[in-house]
Every structure is written in C-alpha cells, then in structure tokens.
Write a protein that binds this ligand. Structure first.
Ligand code: ZN
Length: 150
C-alpha cells in the first residue's frame, strides 16, 4: 500500500475511535483508577481497571480531549482486555517507542495501535497519544495523585 493510502487509513481509524470511543464508561467495581491530564492540549481522562489475579478483566475510560487522545484511550482499552499487567507494561513500552520514533511499528505486539506511528512527526501530539498510557501506568502503580504529562 502506498504511504498516502496508509496515512489516510490511519486517519480514518483515529477519526472513528475519536467519534465513537469504545469502553467509554465507568467501572463501578474498579480495582484501579487514575486521572490523567495533558495541560499542553487540555486533554483530561479518568481510567478504570478491573484487575483480577494480575489479569486485566475490564478497562474503561471517561473524559474529554482532542481526537488523538480520545482515539488513543479508546484503542488502548481494546488492546488491554485480557492482558496481564506485565503484558500491558510491555505494550506501553512498544507504543512509546513507536510514537517517539524509536521503532517503525513493525512490532507485532502493537497490532492496530501501529496507526499512531504518524504521531512521531508531531511532537506536541505525542503527549496526546501517550496520555492514556501514562495514566494506565499510574493506575497500575496505584498512584493517588493525578498524573500530568508536563
Ligand atoms: Zn490532545
């Protein structure tokens, strides 16, 4: 596929998830919860996790932000269900490397998340794309304070 066609596809996927975010709700019996804020763009979200015996059984989020931050959170929740905490951390590492340009998205573990590879050309957007993931880290580490990308 030509680069332009790929880029168009990526934009479509991100647009779809930002307009119709998946798992956009609260989890009443959440075992983990954290708030994230990206002051540079104004993105805010609350992440809820239900972790049982080290496995992420359910994950959901609420909040308001730009298309990139919402799509990233939406796709992250889809990617995390059924994963262990260790797998989730590994996925964050791969995702972070992708959006900061340390790998080209050839990493198989990323799957659909590879669409965020285009973000690396826009440093300001990297914080939007990683906000949900930093919030995930804070939730798994049981940090009480809201995290900020600044
Ligand atoms: Zn943003």
């Amino acid at each position: 596929m030509a680069t332009d066609a790929l880029r168009e596809l990526y934009q479509e996927v991100i647009l779809d998830h930002s307009k119709n975010p998946r798992n956009f709700r609260e989890i009443d019996n959440a075992s983990h919860e954290a708030k994230g804020h990206n002051p540079l763009c104004g993105d805010r979200l609350v992440l809820y996790l239900l972790v049982e015996e080290g496995v992420i059984r359910d994950v959901a989020f609420q909040g308001a932000g730009c298309a990139i931050s919402t799509a990233s959170a939406s796709m992250m929740t889809e990617a995390l269900k059924g994963k262990t905490e260790a797998e989730a951390e590994k996925l964050f590492g791969s995702f972070h490397d992708l959006v900061t340009g340390k790998n080209e998205g050839s990493d198989d573990v990323l799957g659909k998340l590879a669409v965020f590879g285009g973000v690396r050309d826009y440093p300001v957007r990297v914080k939007c794309a990683t906000l949900a993931w930093h919030t995930l880290n804070a939730a798994l580490a049981k940090k009480e304070e809201a995290i900020s990308t600044e």
